[in-house]
Structure formats: structure tokens, C-alpha cells
Design a protein around this ligand. Sequence first.
Ligand code: BG6
Length: 361
Amino acid sequence: DNGGYEHYLLKEISEQPDTVARTLRGRIDDRFHIAHLGGLNMDARETRSFRRVKIIGCGSAYYSGQMGAQLIEELARIPADAEPASEFRYRSPVVEPDTLYVAISQSGETYDTLAAVQELKRKGGRVLGIVNTVGSAIARETDGGIYLHAGPEVSVASTKAFTSTAVAFALLALHLGRVRDLSPADGRRICEGLRRLPEQIKEILTLEDRIRDLAKKYADSPGMMFVGRVRGYPVAREGAQKLKEISYVHAEAYPASELKHGPLALISPELPTVAIVPDDELLDKNLTTLGEIRARHGRILMVGHRTSEAADDCIVVPKNEVELDPILLTIPLQLFAYHAAVALERDVDRPRNLAKSVTVE
Ligand code: BG6
């Protein structure tokens, strides 16, 4: 049942105030500013013992893992990184006892991710799952984890599972941080920020008409560049992924800082850039990058917390805590990809050549 929406994708994008609230429900402790994650099956001592976090997943799950790695590094100060599960399982990874492994999967059935989890288990690795589908293969194979409770995701391109996964990572990062050096004050700041997300997502959804107009304006470009720095980079990658999956417009994501080391050669009026520009300590650097794109006659759609003369168009979203802003910045890009796909008359919910979950090798 698509609930009166023209496509499941739009329904699932629109559900996010509720799905994010469901991922958070019962998991924030306002007294001690910690997260309650009963499904992890780890005591405080074990939780403190990890010296690294390695995150694996495929497609959008991998990009949400990159966002998660950043949250864990920032809030818990544990070195963390994400890698496609498909790569991880084929390169004979070094499995270490003091590394916490986290496997992400909406369906819980993606074969590459499952095979990576099984290989980790064979080598004695401690693996958590961040999974939407209760009782799925990956949920069963992992030692514990966090269920998203986002409800079934029908459209092939992931939206609500992506944001809920990022929220689950924020909770995990808060949890890992508060048994380490994250102060009660910072814990409180994050708890309050998490609670604000559903209302702020609602506000972003009211921008849909404007985003539709922008999608129409940019959708006939032969390709688009997506750039972001540090916290903005996983947002750019997921934004590019959404656009290519459902609209078939070529989209490439780059760290904004890498532009001048190659892709700047591509910038022209025919290749517009979507720039993720949050109000954080990198704002000035990002605005300088916009100037460099401008100087090459590149058109710019800026997504951030303010408008700028350096951009042709701006989408301004509500501000949260810097660590949580990437979650909100992802949502206008989902709407952008959706409306680009509709404008190009694509099969939005069932894009060509793709499957919702790839259960074969
Ligand atoms: C891909 C889907 O094949 O699998 C993506 O097309 C999805 O949308 C990816 O992100 C991973 O799926 P899952 O279920 O493991 O999160």
C-alpha cells in the first residue's frame, strides 16, 4: 500500500519524521545523557575495550556507514572507517580482536554483506548488525546489534533506512563515547539534537515544491558533480548515488578538497555541481571551493544552512548539532533525485538493472 503517494519512494521519504522517531524510541536516557542499546549484548568493560571500528555494507548502506564512522570518530574518538562489504570479503582482511565490526543492511539478506559477516565470525571477529529486517540472515549471524524499526522499505533506492542507520550510528557513537571521554554536557547536546531531528525533517519536507523546481532545472544536464568536505562527503556520495540510481543521470561525488587534484578539469556549464556546505568550521574552505567552480563557469546548487552569492541556487535546511547535520542534509538530496527521476519519466520505484536486495554472489 503506497498510502496515496504516487511512488513508494516519495512515501518512504515522507515517512522519515516518523521512522527516525521510531529508531530513537526508548533509546535516549535524558538523565545520564547516554543511549540504551539493549541489543548490543556487551558489558561496559567490553564496550571500552575496542580500539578500532570497521564498518561494512553495500551501496547506500556503505555510505551510511561512512557517515557512521565519522560519528564514532567524533563522539567516541575511536578510529573508525567504512568499506564496501563486497571488497572487504574478497581481500582477506586482517581480523583483529580489539576491532569492533559493524555490518549494515536494510534487508539483512545482501549476500556480500552476509558473506563478510560469516568470514569475520570464522576468524573470531566481534560483529554487530545495524539491520532493518527483524530475524533476517545478517541479524541472526551477528553477535548483537541495533534494529532500525523503520518499517518495510519497498522502493529499490534506500531512503528511510539510510537516515535511520545514520541515527542508529549516532546512538552507537553516543554509547561508545559515554563509556569513554564524551562529557555529560556533550552527551546532553547530542541527546537533545537527536530529539529535534523528527521536527526538523518535517520542516525540510515542506521544501518539496522548491526542490521539485530545482530538480526540473538541473535534470537535463548530462551529468552532475557532488562535493562535500569531511562531514559533507558521505552526504555528497549518497546524493550522487540516489541521483544515478533512479534518474540515470551520471553523478560523481568527490571530496571538495580533491576537486583541484583532478575533477576540476571537468567543470563547465554542462556539469553542474551540488555542493554540501554545512555551517561548521569548514564553511570558509567550502565557500572558497564554490568560488573556484564559479571561476570555471560551473553552475552550483548549494545545500546548507545559509544562502551564498557564490551559488546559483540554494537549499537551506534547519541546523542541528554539527555532528548530526549530515543526517538532515541528506534529505533534500533524496527529494532532488526523486523529482529529477519523475521529470525524466523514469521507473522510480524499480530502476532498471537494480534489485532491492542482491542475495546472490
Ligand atoms: C543494493 C540496493 O543492491 O543493495 C541498494 O539497490 C542497497 O539500494 C544495497 O543500498 C544494500 O542493501 P541492504 O539491504 O544490504 O541494505
